[in-house]
Design a protein around this ligand. Structure first.
Ligand SMILES: [Zn+2]
Length: 548
């Protein structure tokens, strides 16, 4: 009898456990925090590591999972496509964010540049602003992982994006975001648009009322180590590859921009390491104000750090400025992770860190060091039109932009010229130039003899409606016409497309892989970990070293 009684109790326990499990929600973290570092080359994890502490990058590498060989698998490697790919698992051919700016092939306005997040159907929400830049994710043609999280939880999950750059905030947060905030360069405050239901929450008003940007500008940009002993990876200050900040006569420390006013002041401030300080402060204010991670469903905070990109463009990788910025960023990341441990609890949040693209060394620095590199001339469109005019009597190239040739079809049809013959002449013109590796006719990809992985990157990057019909691939080390100081990015080469990818916290194993994974795999991995649908344009696959 006693045995029967015990068996019944045991059966009851098993049965109630089964019911309990059936009704339990999927195992998910309280919060996901994604950090995209704008223009961070993978090698920066190691290049400056002798000056990194134990709480920032090294903590992520030690206690998290390091995908050492993460590649961007499309062109062009710019900011807007990068942020979009991270959060959609998709490529420009599908998600439509073909570059930061593009020209719409079917709008009938071949000279009207379209900005990736422009949207004239909404209004900027920014007190005292002189900007007329209404923004939204309207031009993004697919869903983001953050959209899918909202859909998967019947909108109980909350999603926010913060960055200095509008595109760094808006594109990750997606179509269904609860809010996205970026820096209004005319006021130094964070702003939003009427696209969002909460463009100006109380916590944001309080944050803006503190005028944090002004306090940081007043401190100037001084080196963390004024003796310069810790900086082992840079040329001397004031070298010829650095650009000067507005209002300065030479690119030397300490940098001070206090005499600038309005948009010039805040645009220049974005190049300071303190731009990252400001961004991480608003990330915390958003988390605290919205109590992210404290609800019933998983929340998502998208953070993009833009100052690394502005400084990289201005000073180039071999500068004291970039080295100082990463050493400071490492400490601030450590503080941010400590803060998340405290408010969310260690292991309760999933954290990932990646980059939207890398950057080249300054081409002139490479030339002076004895390498093959160079700047493509700024006159390509005019030179090309002159050559075509001599042959066909028309100037049909409307743009040379993003390394792509856009043709003006009304000029071509008006002159009864043959489009295919014009394209052949364009290809012929570029083929005589040693600084061009390949020329691809995107309307006939089967005609292009181009090796992998470049071939796939070109196909992945071509948007029928928004890209030029001929893609030009410059030789390694070469760039589209750019200031001879600083640097840029946008090509297929590893310095632009090999990015860091680190996973840390909730359900992230410790370890690393050198197997190649692609930027498109990030959202697929998040979908697998969160047990939600992949974004609707996702072409990536889960990184099984993390999900299994
Ligand atoms: Zn970028």
């Amino acid at each position: 009898m006693r045995r029967l009684f015990l068996t019944s109790i045991l059966l009851c326990i098993i049965f109630s456990n089964a019911i309990g499990k059936k009704n339990a929600p999927p195992n998910r973290p309280k919060l996901v925090v994604g950090v995209v570092i704008d223009q961070m080359r993978w090698d920066y994890l190691y290049r400056y590591s002798s000056s990194y502490g134990s709480r920032g990058f090294k903590r992520l590498m030690r206690d998290g999972f390091n995908c050492q060989n993460t590649m961007i698998n499309y062109l062009p490697s710019f900011t807007a496509p990068g942020h979009t790919c991270v959060y959609t698992g998709s490529v420009p051919a599908i998600h439509g964010i073909a570059a930061n700016d593009w020209f719409d092939n079917f709008s009938g306005k071949p000279d009207r540049k379209v900005y990736c997040t422009e949207d004239n159907s909404v209004e900027l929400v920014s007190e005292g602003s002189t900007l007329k830049k209404p923004m939204s994710p309207k031009n993004l043609l697919v869903s983001t992982i953050t959209d899918e999280l909202r859909l998967a939880t019947n909108f109980k999950s909350r999603v926010f994006g913060v960055a200095l750059k509008d595109r760094g905030s808006i594109l990750p947060a997606g179509h269904l975001a609860n809010g996205a905030y970026w820096l209004d360069q005319s006021t130094g405050n964070f702003c939003s648009s009427t696209y969002y239901k909460k463009p100006s929450p109380d916590w944001l008003k309080t944050f803006n009322g503190r005028h944090v940007a002004d306090s940081l500008i007043a401190l100037d940009w001084t080196l963390l180590d004024p003796s310069k002993k810790i900086y082992t990876q840079s040329l001397a200050d004031n070298n010829k590859y650095e650009g000067s900040l507005k209002g300065e006569t030479a690119p030397v420390f300490p940098h001070s921009i206090k005499t600038l006013k309005g948009s010039e002041l805040y645009e220049t401030f974005e190049r300071y390491p303190a731009g990252n300080t400001l961004t991480l402060q608003i990330a915390k204010a958003c988390r605290d104000g919205e109590r992210l991670g404290e609800g019933d469903a998983t929340d998502f905070l998208c953070v993009s750090l833009s100052s690394t990109d502005y400084a990289g463009h201005q000073f180039s990788p071999n500068s004291l400025e970039v080295e100082d910025m990463y050493i400071k960023l490492d400490k601030e990341l450590g503080d941010f992770l400590d803060y998340l441990d405290e408010v969310e609890g260690k292991g309760n949040y999933l954290f990932f860190l990646t980059a939207d693209h890398g950057a080249a060394h300054n081409p002139q620095f490479l030339i002076d060091s004895g390498m093959n590199a160079g700047f493509m001339p700024n006159t390509i469109k005019n030179d090309l039109n002159a050559a075509l005019n001599a042959k066909f009597g028309i100037s049909p190239v409307s743009q040379f932009f993003n390394y792509q040739v856009y043709l003006n079809d009304s000029i071509i049809s008006g002159a009864h010229a043959e489009r295919e013959k014009i394209k052949d002449a364009v290809k012929d013109w570029f083929s005589k130039k040693a600084e061009i590796s390949f020329i691809a006719d995107m309307e006939h990809p089967e005609r292009n003899s181009i090796p992998e992985p470049i071939k796939t990157m070109i196909v992945n990057g071509y948007s029928r409606t928004r890209s030029g019909c001929i893609q030009v691939i410059p030789a390694p080390g070469w760039y589209e016409g750019y200031a001879t100081t600083g640097t840029t990015h946008g090509t297929w080469n590893p310095y632009d497309t090999h990015i860091p990818l680190l996973w840390y916290g909730w359900n992230a194993p410790k370890g690393e892989t050198h197997r190649q994974v692609n930027m498109t795999d990030i959202s697929a991995t998040l979908a697998a970990m969160l047990h939600i649908q992949m974004p609707n344009g996702c072409v990536g696959v889960p990184i099984t070293e993390i999900t299994e």
